[in-house]
Design a protein around this ligand. Sequence first.
Ligand code: AMP
Ligand code: GLY
Length: 428
Amino acid sequence: MKFSNSLNVLLLGSGGREHAFARKIAESPSVAKLFIAPGNAGTAQCGTNVDINPNNFGSVKQFVLSNNINLVVVGPEEPLVRGIYDFFCEDSQISNIPVIGPSALGARLEGSKEFAKDFMTRHGIPTARYRSFTKKNVEEAYAFLETLQAPYVLKADGLAAGKGVVIAQTMEEADAALRDMLLDDKFGHGKVVVEDWLEGPEFSFMCFVDRRRVYPMALAQDHKRAYDGDEGPNTGGMGAYSPLPFVTGEDERYALERIMQPVADAMCAEGCPFTGVLYGGLMKTRDGIKVIEFNARFGDPETEVVLPRLKSDIVEIFSAVADGWELEHPLEWHDFSTVGVVLASKGYPGSYAKGAVIEGLDEVDGAVYHMGTASKEGRIVTAGGRVAIVVCAAPTLGEALEKCNREVGKVRCDNLFHRTDIGRKAIK
Ligand code: AMP
Ligand code: GLY
């Protein structure tokens, strides 16, 4: 692909992350046409939505060929883990069209907890001590649990949409989780990783990776629990903010030099170079920074607070990563802070109703990224668990939080709730 002024881009996905991408991609002077498959009511304002399932690679290929697409950007993990990158590389009709994302082998860093943990051990990347078990050695799993102290951390292997991790407070809960994961095989992979419980603030470190070249992005912190004060069940993420006052420049250097760069190098050494975006879910523990998980893609909702701070042209970055040339400058960032508050359907992450009318979105002084919405008879209605995220920018985090809380109040809908303390802990 040549970095030119007339690129046609296909973006795969349909969440808030993709809406934030779509807006950023559409801003690039090098983009002629932007298509989003399948997109949502928000992405439709930045480009053309097309009704294609990103996991249906045959349909993606047809669309790419008939619309002269020059670049494919992948949002969600599933097409990556299923091998969309490899599908393009192996088909001579489309092998010249770059896909931003890793190969299926690269995506194992996210797709298999066991692979990720073994990989980290092989390469001395700091992470919690662990052992993995299958149905065959379930007795050993119980015995291993007995050697640990509560809380117990159990992770089902494979993609589980954020639901595969159990932090059990008692041995009874740990037993029940083991039964679910191994004996009842609720997650379909029949493998479980049991690891030490770590303590400390978590942060998300996303980097563009082009084999050995690693370009770090601004840091963000997600809020996974449903309710204020980090109470309630785990969700896909109820809000995020950037930058992070509790992570020092030294911490960031350590994370880059001891974690992210060594992962890129080690993937090359193992014969499966990583390209795309590597997401380190890191924790600042008393014993240093450790890896909680890797993702092989942008985070959601981290992307919605990080991309508005990116000054550089994202399409130029994608082109560099896709074509293997080195960017002349490090990525440039705006100094302001961003806070994003997710509006979720009442009941989420459990069951919830759809179809409630949302008003006031265009009154918000800030960005509104759609996550789970639909258009119905000219109105925007709820169509998912996480419905939209309101992102506000201000010179300081405190001001951004205050503004975001005020602006969120302008969104009117009977069936939504949100947190009011996103980023609060970081404000002195
Ligand atoms: P993961 O899907 O691996 O990111 O896990 C989901 C969440 O579980 C993380 O964001 C952490 O809050 C928590 N978690 C996972 N592993 C551990 C661990 N070893 N110690 C403490 N908390 C953990
Ligand atoms: N925000 C966590 C994730 O994207 O997996």
